[in-house]
Design a protein around this ligand. Structure first.
Ligand code: PLP
Length: 411
């Protein structure tokens, strides 16, 4: 029979209380509203290469199209074998990366799905995970959603945004289960020197921590920086390394990523069975997206055309960094990797108390969308993240307007 009386209100579940994803939060919602009203918004808020004219290598598209007719069924829960084999080969090219086989590879609907899956398999209520501040905020959100407690360790801007080992050590408790290392880093653009990775590994070793290594930007490297996988300096530890097609291969919309498990496993069979169980409950990742992996990772690394001297990305990085650094009261560590700059607004000059408000005001006045630093779990309202993807002219125009805006901005 029909329901009688008023419908029971549906609140949000309590477990979402600490789950935030500000990159697509209220400021982005306001931008969408302005767009719907017919305004042109320059979106410097999401690391999404395709809308800025970065074409994926044509072979990726062709392979995926060719595979569509045979992609109608579910695949193995871990993902199709040729793609997992290709992931193994990709890491075999790095002689330092610890050996692993196809059974240690899981494919996912982007790295995002795999991050959530691993946290769900790992964490009991109250288990702590060390996560960088600033971070890519999905790590904090996925940890909270899984019942864990995110504990943020500081990356030190004065030390080119390297993780502070001292801060990490001071935050370890008997509940600490894992440490997240994002390298190259989003949002800071830091690429960690080998010595830093060795120190991180040593802390993990001493406290028996699982290492969760998000390396989705590992091939987007500028200047003389060298990316080292933390798994390579911790072959004696259990490390889960995450990567995928969204950035280097510019097909973020295909939702295709992987994780690889390296190091000793005997002490972790329960946890690893948990990952396998959760992989089966999601049945399998999007199958056409899996078909993009083999050709992408075994093809020519066309990302080099963008990041080597003269390439589009490195030139835009230079433009963004130098224009920001020239602004009064703005300083900026030069990014050595990834797709972002994370400038600091000197509190003595700008006195910003609310960085969400700042981003809303910038949006209303200049129609430029950036993300506030506190959206990356940075503790103070004195940073912004700017995406360096737009072509030179647009980027230059946006940053000049941002500079003028900041020069007269007060809260
Ligand atoms: N990890 C980091 C550090 C990212 O910056 C992103 C996307 O911006 C992701 C993970 C998610 O990537 P995917 O598209 O593979 O889900």
């Amino acid at each position: 029979s029909a329901h009688e009386g008023p419908l029971r209100p549906l609140r949000q579940a309590n477990k979402l209380q600490n789950v935030l994803y500000e990159i697509r939060g209220p400021v982005a919602a306001r931008a969408a509203q302005l767009e719907a009203e017919g305004h042109r918004i320059l979106k410097l808020n999401i690391g999404n290469p395709a809308p800025f004219g970065y074409e994926a290598p044509d072979t990726i598209l062709q392979d995926m199209i060719a595979a569509l007719p045979t992609s109608q069924g579910y695949s193995d829960s871990k993902g199709i074998l040729p793609a997992r084999r290709a992931v193994v080969s990709r890491y075999e090219e790095d002689p330092e990366f610890p050996p692993f086989d196809v059974n240690d590879v899981y494919l996912g609907n982007g790295v995002s799905e795999l991050i959530s899956m691993v946290q769900q398999a790992l964490l009991d209520d109250g288990d702590e995970v060390l996560i960088p501040a600033p971070d890519y905020p999905l790590w904090t959100a996925a940890t909270s959603l899984a019942g864990g407690t995110p504990v943020h360790y500081l990356c030190d801007e004065a030390d080119d945004w390297a993780p502070s080992i001292e801060d990490i050590r001071s935050k370890i408790t008997t509940r600490t289960k894992a440490i997240v290392v994002i390298n190259p880093n989003n949002p800071t653009g830091a690429v960690y020197p080998r010595a830093v990775l060795e120190e991180l590994a040593q802390v993990a070793r001493e406290h028996s921590l699982l290492i969760l290594a998000d390396e989705i930007y590992d091939r987007i490297i500028y200047d003389d920086a060298v990316h080292t996988s933390i798994a390579s300096v911790a072959p004696d530890l259990l490390v889960i390394t995450f990567n995928g097609l969204s950035k280097t291969y510019r097909v973020a919309g295909y939702r295709s990523g992987w994780l690889v498990i390296t190091g000793p496993k005997a002490h972790a069979t329960g946890f690893l069975e948990g990952i396998e169980l959760l992989a089966s409950t999601r049945l399998c990742p999007n199958v056409p997206g899996q078909h993009a992996i083999q050709v992408a990772v075994s093809g020519r690394q066309s990302i080099e055309d963008l990041v080597l001297p003269g390439g589009r990305l490195i030139e835009q990085r230079d433009t963004a960094w130098s224009l920001l650094s020239a602004m009064d009261g703005v300083t900026c560590v030069k990014p050595l990797g990834a797709l972002y700059v994370f400038p600091r607004l000197d509190p003595e000059v700008h006195e910003i108390h609310d960085d969400v408000r700042l981003c809303l005001d910038l949006l209303e006045q200049e129609r430029i969308l950036v993300v506030h630093g506190t959206g990356f779990n940075w503790p103070t309202p004195d940073h912004l993240r700017v995406v360096i993807l737009p072509e030179q002219r647009d980027l230059q125009d946006a940053l000049e307007r941002m500079g003028n805006f900041l020069a007269s901005y007060h809260q």
